[in-house]
Design a protein around this ligand. Structure first.
Ligand SMILES: Nc1ncnc2c1ncn2[C@@H]1O[C@H](COP(=O)(O)OP(=O)(O)O)[C@@H](O)[C@H]1O
Ligand SMILES: O=C(CO)[C@@H](O)[C@H](O)COP(=O)(O)O
Length: 507
């Protein structure tokens, strides 16, 4: 059996695969806000004192890991049957550790818990996450030191991007020199949690490493020019980079004793949630386009060669199964639907009924930017969406416009993430993209992809794993409606023109 974990913005999830039976044995999730109220987050994050600062807590992720594993044991799962474990982390978030980290990991005491043992290892108590937009000054400084943003894009696959790890690291270096000096190691969410499982500091994989503005996309090594432009002495603080399929080691004794795992269980490097989701959606080979509808909305696809977005919004990340993936990310994702649903006093079923009402020629898509948007860079919208139809139309017309650089939309788009449970949202995507939309058996595609990667690394064939676990859900096919397609085709250029009036100057 294979275990996949997913530490995303709002929750930590586990998914266990039985490869012989070809079944998902169990899925379980710890919701940060609801289940770990002592960390005082809203939807898994807290805002900082300065504009645009958004943080999460590595200690909360550790508490979630202990809670999730104890729940699995309490539910009767025999974790000794797990042969390999991997995971997926929200991308870009950085964890700052002092020189005690490695020794503490090597001696974790199963009589105690993870967070109290690892708390003294943090040189910064909180982690800036992907929602943070406080680094425009640092982006400008890094881009200037690189000799222009085009050079950053050419080397790392993305122009200098506010939420990426490099600009976040530079801000910490500038703001907290003492804590910076005490920092011995900087991990991502993914490599931090993989290190905890392996009981030693492990590498950052190429999939997630590409989201840092620090990795040279062609060599798969740290880019010395980008490191020097970001912070002095950074090379010594970063772990090595390695292929996503690297077996980091066996599971630390802490988990063997406490949760009765096998001491032979292998730990495979973790990756980012979008790279893992690419695998979990059966889209690791080019040809499938995926829209992930989680806290962030993302659109991504596998690529043989890195191709960049001329407008600078798209990213190239590592595909955990080799080569590359393209991605665009929207800040105003699932939490916009949730906010509008709550303000209208609706249940998700009622939300879905509104989302299923077809558009008319008079429909007015609204700028859906409750929060300042990153794709495109735009301030929070002057008008709030007041109807579900106008919110969804604005969100997905923007997604269509910003995805043009990726090339032709395939006949089918595969959707995942919390909001993909809404049929009306799937119908909206089908109508706006003029493509079939399909869901998979689980919307936990990042955890599924992590479990598949755990199996693929020690030798399972990817094709066999895809055949067993990434088939579209029966009866989930949503086809475009010709009338709605025609309405959206007329609406799209008008809406994009409106949108462009509200853009910020890119950093
Ligand atoms: N039945 C539903 N219909 C539409 N959206 C939903 C439904 N249930 C949950 N959601 C949305 O899914 C979001 C969580 O998605 P998820 O993929 O778990 O997020 P993440 O992986 O980023 O933590 C919630 O914020 C909520 O807005
Ligand atoms: O910033 C990005 C991708 O570049 C986000 O997609 C994060 O990876 C967070 O993911 P979710 O928690 O929304 O899945």
């Amino acid at each position: 059996m294979l275990l996949g974990l997913d530490c995303s913005t709002q929750s930590l999830s586990a998914l266990i695969l039985d490869t012989q039976a070809g079944t998902i044995v169990t899925q379980s999730s710890v919701n940060f806000e609801a289940n770990l109220p002592q960390h005082q987050t809203t939807s898994g994050f807290v805002r900082g004192d300065h504009d645009g600062e958004v943080f999460s807590s590595p200690l909360m992720w550790l508490d979630a890991l202990d809670l999730l594993l104890s729940r699995l044991v309490d539910e009767g799962m025999d974790l000794s049957q797990i042969t390999a474990i991997s995971g997926s982390g929200q991308q870009h978030a950085t964890v700052y550790l002092n020189s005690t980290f490695s020794d503490t990991l090597a001696a974790l005491d199963p009589q105690s818990d993870l967070s109290s043992q690892l708390a003294p290892c943090l040189s910064r108590s909180l982690s800036p996450i992907w929602m943070d937009s406080s680094t425009s000054e640092e982006c400008a400084e890094i881009a200037a030191a690189m000799g222009g943003d085009e050079e950053m894009g050419r080397r790392t696959g993305s122009t200098t991007t506010q939420r990426f790890s490099g600009p976040q690291i530079r801000r910490f270096f500038k703001q907290s020199p003492d804590a910076w000096a005490a920092t011995d190691r900087i991990h991502l969410t993914s490599s931090f949690l993989a290190s905890v499982l392996a009981g030693k500091s492990v590498a950052i994989d190429h999939g997630d490493g590409a989201g840092m503005n620090l990795m040279n996309l062609r060599s798969g090594e740290w880019d010395e020019t980008a490191l020097a432009a970001t912070a002095p002495g950074l090379a010594e603080k970063l772990p090595p980079l390695a292929a996503s399929s690297t077996v980091a080691g066996t599971l630390a004794n802490y988990f063997v004793e406490k949760y009765h795992f096998s001491p032979k269980a292998k730990v495979i490097l973790w990756s980012g949630d979008n790279p893992c989701s690419l695998v979990g959606m059966g889209a690791a080979s080019p040809g499938k386009m995926v829209i992930s509808l989680g806290t962030s909305y993302t659109l991504f696809a596998a690529m043989d060669q890195p191709r960049t977005d001329p407008d600078g919004y798209g990213h190239v990340f590592g595909n955990p199964c080799g080569n590359f993936m393209s991605l665009i990310c929207f800040h105003n994702g699932a939490l916009c639907s949730e906010r509008l649903k709550n303000s209208l006093g609706l249940s998700w079923e009622e939300f879905d009924q509104h989302a299923s009402v077809p558009p008319t020629a008079d429909s007015q898509p609204s700028l859906p930017f409750f929060e300042a948007e990153i794709t495109p860079l735009a301030p929070a919208a002057p008008q709030d969406a007041t109807t579900i139809r106008s919110l969804l139309d604005g969100q997905f017309l923007n997604m269509l416009a910003r995805s043009q650089w990726m090339g032709t939309v395939p006949n089918s788009i595969y959707v995942t993430g919390g909001t993909s449970q809404s049929h009306g949202v799937c119908q909206t995507i089908a109508n706006i993209f003029n493509a079939n939309v399909q869901r998979m058996e689980t919307n936990a595609s990042a955890a599924l992809g992590a479990a598949m990667r755990a199996g693929h690394a020690p030798g399972y064939s990817l094709e066999a794993l895809e055949a067993s676990f990434t088939q579209p859900m029966q009866d989930s096919l949503v086809t475009p409606d010709a009338n709605a397609v025609a309405i959206y085709q007329r609406m799209a250029p008008r809406f994009d023109a409106t949108l462009k009036q509200h853009l910020s100057t890119p950093t």
